[in-house]
Structures are given as structure tokens and as C-alpha cells.
Ligand binder design. Structure first.
Ligand SMILES: [Ca+2]
Ligand SMILES: [Ca+2]
Length: 358
């Protein structure tokens, strides 16, 4: 691909005019009869041609070969900020790479002698059109309206889907994996966000999501049905094309296409009972806490809570195997002492004596 629209050259020490203005088709070049027009120590820089490569689809970039004629140029040549060292051949091709293909026209190439800024030339060319698929960057966030709830309490999850990449997206699907301890009640979009009782998930079929769209939200209402910590994860599980920094449906909690929220429901222990806590394996530097205070010796992924020590239990660890960032339990395990009746079967049938007296 080659297109040359206008070429200019400058030489401060040219003393003989002898200029020729040539025009053909859409090209106009201003050339000097170099050999006869210069007196020593002349310095001439002239762009003979600019050859533009095709767009590289892998990087959406292209390169240009700039054919430069120079005479008695000392030192280096600066071409659009990149420094080249001429070999002394008086005509060479210098290549600029990594240029972004955007279809822009009239892009300037300026060649200047580093040691004699009065020796320069410039020309223009048109860049190839963009060839790589535009990038998409969707992100998902999730919140819950209550951090603590009792069994039977309602709660509302809010999912927020954002198009951060400035590119239209299509075929977008979000899947919300409801926790076992929360019953599904309803969604704010009964048509496109459908509950599947078999998988206990809500599948939100978003479809097209334009770059110009405001963030989309969906609320899911449920009811707490069990003790413990109820983690709710939602992830973008399908989309057309490729996301810049996340992969749909891969379950990676470090990516921006997954949102998390949690709610604590107190766990009641009866006298003599214990509660075994298990943090995810594969992390480093575990530390368990009771009401925010580190528990001596509680530095493995397991910890057992005794009835006699109620309170809020959390842990911290390092995700050294992944991104090396700290991790923690977002919602505490809240342990309470319960007033527990013996675990009795149906009432015993006990015989008695009946005696009538006169
Ligand atoms: Ca993303
Ligand atoms: Ca993902």
C-alpha cells in the first residue's frame, strides 16, 4: 500500500534555487535538483516514498517504510521521534513499527537531521483501517442489602453490569448462583431473569449491551432459611467476542466479571456442642480471629469453635498461589449460645397407679 500526497523538504544551506514543482494525479511533490543546487557543507534530507504495510490483525498495528535520501547529514536522523543512524549510503529505508491502525488520513512523517535541525523533510500518508476486533470489557458487581439476617428474614441482592470497554457487547448472559441457605422469591425482571430450581440459579439473559448504555441492574429477592454464612456469587457466563480482562463462566474470583455478596446468620450451639470451621485450602499464613482479635495458635485452615466461646469468627490468609494479595472472610461466622432442650423423641408413656378409697 503506498500513498503519497505531499512532500516537502528543507535545506538551510541551499544556495541555488532550480526548484521543480511536479504534479500528477493527487500527488504534489516539491523537489530540488540536489546535486547541482548545493554547496558544501550542504545538508539535504528528502523523503522519496512512504510504503504502508497492511494491518496486523493480532495487534491492530502497521508499519511504514520511509525511503530517505540524505547528503552530508552528520549524526543521526530523527523520524517522528525515533532515532536512526544512517549508514552513509545517501538513500536508505527506515522502518517505523507498532503504529495503531485507525484509518486516519494525512499522517505526517517528519525526518530531521539531529545535528542540523534545518535539514528536514516531511510527507504524509494514510493509515490502514483498523483490522482487529474491537475489545470488550464487561464487569459485574454485586451487593446485598443486609450483612446479618435471622432465619426467615428477607434479603435483596443487586447485580450491576457495566460496559467498561466502550464497545457494544452482544449475547451477554449472567448467572447468579444462589446460596443453599437462601430461598428464591423473585427478580426485578421476570421475563429475562429466570429462576431454575434444579440448579438453584437465576439466569439473566441480557443480550445486547451497548457501549453507550448506562449500567444495568437486576435485583433478586430471597429469604434466609438456614444458619451460617450465605455466599452469593454471580458471573457473566456468556457473551459474543472476547473480554479484555475476564473469561465468561470460568469461576475465577479475581476477575471483574464476577460479583460476590454475603450475609451472616447466627449459628446457635448447645452446651457441649462444637462447630468446625474450614477455610479454603491452598492459601498461606492462615490466622483465625474472635471478635477481631487473633486467636493464639489458630494458624491453619481449620478451627473448632466451642460452645463456651461465642462471638464473631473470621480468618485472614495470603493468596500467594494466585495474585499474592491478602484474602479474608467477608462475612463472619457468628456463634451464639442457644438455650437447647434435650433432643427428645415423642413423650414417653409412663404407667401409674390408680387407687379408689371409701
Ligand atoms: Ca471484564
Ligand atoms: Ca470470569
Amino acid at each position: 500500500m503506498f500513498k503519497k500526497k505531499l512532500a516537502l523538504l528543507c535545506c538551510a544551506l541551499i544556495v541555488s534555487v532550480g526548484l521543480q514543482l511536479q504534479a500528477s494525479n493527487n500527488s504534489i511533490s516539491l523537489n530540488k535538483p540536489i546535486a547541482s543546487a548545493i554547496t558544501a557543507p550542504a545538508c539535504v534530507v528528502q523523503i522519496e516514498s512512504i510504503t504502508v504495510s497492511a494491518c496486523d490483525a493480532a495487534t491492530n498495528t502497521y508499519s511504514i517504510d520511509v525511503s530517505v535520501t540524505y547528503l552530508t547529514v552528520s549524526g543521526n536522523l530523527d523520524i517522528n521521534g525515533t532515532i536512526f543512524t544512517p549508514s552513509g549510503a545517501n538513500n536508505e529505508i527506515f522502518t517505523l513499527t507498532g503504529l495503531i491502525a485507525d484509518g486516519s488520513t494525512g499522517n505526517t512523517v517528519l525526518v530531521t537531521s539531529v545535528d542540523d535541525v534545518d535539514c528536514w523533510a516531511q510527507d504524509v500518508y494514510d493509515a490502514p483501517a483498523a483490522c482487529a476486533a474491537p475489545s470488550i470489557d464487561l464487569a459485574l458487581a454485586k451487593t446485598v442489602d443486609v450483612a446479618a439476617a435471622a432465619i426467615g428474614d428477607p434479603l435483596v441482592y443487586t447485580l450491576t453490569l457495566t460496559n467498561e470497554g466502550g464497545t457494544d457487547a452482544t449475547g451477554v448472559v449472567v448467572t447468579d448462583m444462589l446460596p443453599a441457605g437462601v430461598d428464591f422469591d423473585s427478580t426485578s425482571d421476570a421475563v429475562n431473569a429466570v429462576y431454575d430450581s434444579g440448579s438453584h440459579t437465576v439466569v439473566w439473559t441480557v443480550g445486547g449491551f451497548l457501549a453507550a448504555d448506562s449500567p444495568l441492574t437486576l435485583t433478586i429477592s430471597g429469604t434466609v432459611n438456614a444458619e451460617g454464612v450465605h455466599y452469593n456469587q454471580a458471573e457473566i457466563t456468556a457473551m459474543d467476542g472476547t473480554d479484555d480482562d475476564s473469561t465468561p463462566g470460568n469461576g475465577n474470583i479475581l476477575e471483574d466479571d464476577m460479583g460476590n455478596a454475603c450475609t451472616s446468620t447466627p449459628v446457635e450451639l448447645c452446651e457441649g456442642q462444637t462447630l468446625d470451621l474450614q477455610a479454603p485450602t491452598g492459601l498461606a499464613n492462615y490466622q483465625w480471629y474472635l471478635d477481631g482479635t487473633a486467636i493464639d495458635g489458630a494458624t491453619t485452615e481449620n478451627y473448632t469453635v466451642d460452645y463456651a466461646a461465642p462471638g464473631s469468627y473470621t480468618f485472614t490468609a495470603d493468596t500467594a498461589a494466585t495474585d499474592g494479595c491478602p484474602a479474608s472472610l467477608c462475612c463472619p461466622v457468628v456463634v451464639q449460645q442457644g438455650v437447647c432442650a434435650p433432643d427428645c423423641p415423642a413423650p414417653h408413656c409412663i404407667p401409674m397407679t390408680i387407687t379408689k378409697t371409701n
